[in-house]
Write a new protein. Sequence first.
Lengths: 893, 273
Amino acid sequence: MKKNGPPWFSNLIYPLMKLHQLLRIFFCIVLMATVGSKHAFAQSPLEKTITINLNNVPLKQALDQLTAASGVRFTYNEAVAASNVKITINAKGQSLRQVLDVALAAYPYSFTELDQDVLIRYDATKPKKLGADPAAKPATGKFTISGTITSKQSGETMIGATVRVANGAQGTSSNGYGFYSLTLPAGDHQLIVSAIGQKTVMIPISLTADKKLNIALEDNAQELQTVTITATPQGGRDLKSPQMGVEKLSIKEINDIPVLLGEHDVIKTIQLLPGIKSAGEGSGGFYVRGGATDQNLLLLDEATVYNASHLLGFFSTFNSDAIKNVSIYKGDMPAQYGGRLSSVIDIKMNDGNNQQFGVSGGIGLIAARLNVEGPIQKGKSSFLISARRTYADVFLKFAKDTTINRSQLYFYDINAKANYILGDKDRLYVSGYFGKDVLSADNVNGINWGNTTATLRWNHIFNNRFFSNTSFIYSNYDYEIKLKQDVNNYNITSRIHDWNFKEDMQYDIGGDHTLSFGLNSVYHTIKPGEISATGNSGIVSQKLETRYALDNAAYVSDTWKATDRFSLTYGLRLSAFSVLGAGTFYNVNSDGDITDFKHYNSGQVVKTYLNPEPRVAAAFQLNDISSVKASYARNAQNLHLISNSTPGSPTDKWVASTNLIKPELADQFSIGYYRDLAEHKYEFTVETYYKLLQNQVDYRNGANIFTNQPIETQLLYGKGRAYGAEFLIKKKTGRLTGWVSYTLSKSERLIDGINDNQWYNARQDRTHDLAVVGIYKLNEKWTLSANFVFYTGDAVTYPSGKYQIDGTNYYLYTSRNGSRLPAYNRLDLGATKQLKKTKKYSSELTFSLYNAFGNRNAYRIFFRDNKDDPNRTEAVKTTLFTYVPSITYNFKF
Amino acid sequence: MHTIRFFAFLLLLGLFSSCEKAIDLKLDNSAPQYVIEGTLSGEAGSAKVLISQSKKFTDDNSFIGVSGARVSIESDGNVYQFDATGSGVYQNTALKGLPGHTYSLTVKVNDKTYTSVSTMPQPVALDSIYVVDDEFSTNKDKTKQRLATVTYKDPTDVQNYYRFIQYIDGVKEKTVFVDEDEFTNGQTVNSRLNFNNDNDAPSREIRTGKQLTVEMECIDKPVYKYFYSLTNGASGDGNNAAPSNPMSNITGGALGYFSAYSITRKTITVPAN
């Protein structure tokens, strides 16, 4: 390439050029979508003009004829259908609104828009003002309606389904087990129940006593023709709920987004959301609101997953076939969660279809997947087994080079789950995960690592207001390195495992208050490392001291719907982390040298850290379509990941708090504005946050992670601050769906002994981070998708000079993380073709192209003597992926 | 343990060795800083101090010595003055170090004074050296890379720190080999000197018939820490998430180190494999 300006100028302009190209493409897509389906959603149904004459026609018949004339569908209940009211219409070129206004004027029926349908409902308050709060009716007490919301097709419980009173302020959503409870005044109500990807249903109820109502929703996913009338849950992001900093994804959304090598991935997808940033290619980690990768709590069916990456981070441990739902809390965690500063990623596995047996799977370029599920007893119990394995290593066998053909490089994982409905009030779930990565050369040298989790849960409904879940959880992460050099064999193992008991309860006190409270107790065992050696190396087999800790917490939190517009959640989590013996604990001076130590016996408490963690969140609804929210949360973290490699590695160390390593603390303040646009087709969100961090841990300069010295001798402590603004605009319905997310942020650290004790950028400090995601349903056969990401390069440390020691060049550094990797940008394209679809069998082909521009993004930059001219030094950029195509075949029967 | 680190590094390198390209980067330039390399062993002529300055990244790699400095070493009440013998080279041909003694270096240059202290450890004998095939790495011509292995008996009652210097036909290998006895205390140690011939230089390859010399220096803890942090933090290899200047044992703000070490060496002719 010819250079016309100084080199930095071309560096600067290059991403901008790409951005320009992208915007053009994106706008083309948007334009196509808008023009292509104009008739479908350009207009409110009530604004359609019609010409029709009806004389004294029964209501239901009249509505059918209006549908025929206008194309607008009506939704109503049995009471309306059976009505003997007869109406007369003489309309010529009038809007449907005017027509209905006149026709229904004399009758106790009102109408409202429900997405692209029109809802007709019985309205006793007419001719008073429409939309009056049913609560305004003289009440004769309050009653509670509760039950479980499930999918009709699969029997899967629906998480986060909303239950609202039509035109009223009351509403709730189902919890992690599909349970809901809503207290309403006595009388008649219309309940609107909706969930992403499900048909919205309207259920008339007459409340004269507490009532149990289980609701089954119908799947609406594959009906492309009717995609425009998919009833959207009004405000997919709950405008009323005080919960901030939360993102929810259903697996359907995840599956439409193009990914590297066609492996759909929860962790890669959430990195397209505001405030959640990829830790870079070749890393399974991610940063949330300026926090480090270890400040994210990953839960799979409530079990902690300590290392969420396969193949050194290219894939996550979460097999999307087995996942139902993902919730991400960006620091404003509800009180039931704790233990990490930056986020909670709460992943729930599918329960398994309890209606019918099904098999699905896929074959991609590098991995094959199989998922089997079905009822054990129809409608009562079900199981699910989902497995996948990469088979790239099979091809290695064909290589001529013996080093390569005797190498192993694969991962596999298995998710299994079963559940049993014991009766109306009790349900049991057993679920587990097992995964392993194997990476070895020459059969003898290698590393393998993996997670194991198991969860046993018992849901119990005490009564229609009181729900409880009891969990027993096991988590394990371990790795093993095998190494053979000459006559020496080494074996290094490390492990962290937890036994965890959790009790969570939800109590709907009355219409205004919902209480959640619970207990959590975890026993951690950390084996930092054990080395066994045979041969002549002189390395003595030894074991680093095992560490034990008891991590207890109790919480209580109340959500108070103070008025129709204002609600408040306030709560407290009290965590008590006890460092236990047996073991030797040390004191270390400012140079990292041990000054004294003390031995503790088994079970003896070395130190208990008690941390009250208040959580407060408030929401004020400005009007039907917008609200503001504010929240404050404190989080404490007692497990710390010690890593000094750039991409993160399976051998990074988990370390519990000790007498010297204090719990990390974060105080996060945030304010947000939420608005639904264009009849709830779009949602717009702005959230800003300011976060203060205490007791942050970093390595000393020249620290050694492979030491049998206490790790405290290698560490330094300090504080941090992070702040930013996150913007999201999301289109939720129509042929084109997707979002644009943008984050402007800053993250800094101040650690004694680093950067001359001055504030410096955290590595994850990224000024700009943009993601554009578009999914376009072209027709019944094809779905197209694209995503584009652009972000400021990581803060890194570049040399500011060089010098020679013993004839070799070394580099001089002045400020920590004072430089930047080049800005990153990438466009991915995807297309899914539906091949065959019958009731029994369906299959599809998914194509994807990762990094479609082939942009050479910097994976890392290093410095060396020029190979051709050793009298010069040069900076070298390493790139991992350019143009990675893939094809995956998926089937289901 | 450095064998294990090296292995993990190779594994990552193999996976990620995709595409490398030299790029232009705008780097900050810090003002030149003094670099002091002071050495002293029991051998004649080993008392030597090199003074140079750091340069801009974009400058060439010829580092010119700093003249006009006043250099001295003090030990047991005696002060030994050093003479300038070349561009930035200062020597005292009479001074020889003794194990167990502490030496204080003073360098005065341009009205600034830099000092350092180093204690010469008791020598440990290098028993033998031999050559083995590496399990993974190959030379440019696809033959197995061969590596030197050193054998010595680590003393039990003290902490020992070692630095090895490898010469192939008199050409010094630029890789820094340092080790300590935290996992090998009191044992007979066979330690492989792993290096990555990143520029495929034939002169760095250990081949049949070449002369292989290994010097084993027993160094004190601050010098070990210096070389450990130098090679991990300042080599520019991009593997360290937080590169930094090494922990120098020189006070006053200069780069470099001062090491009083005891030395033993072995030479063999590389046998056919």
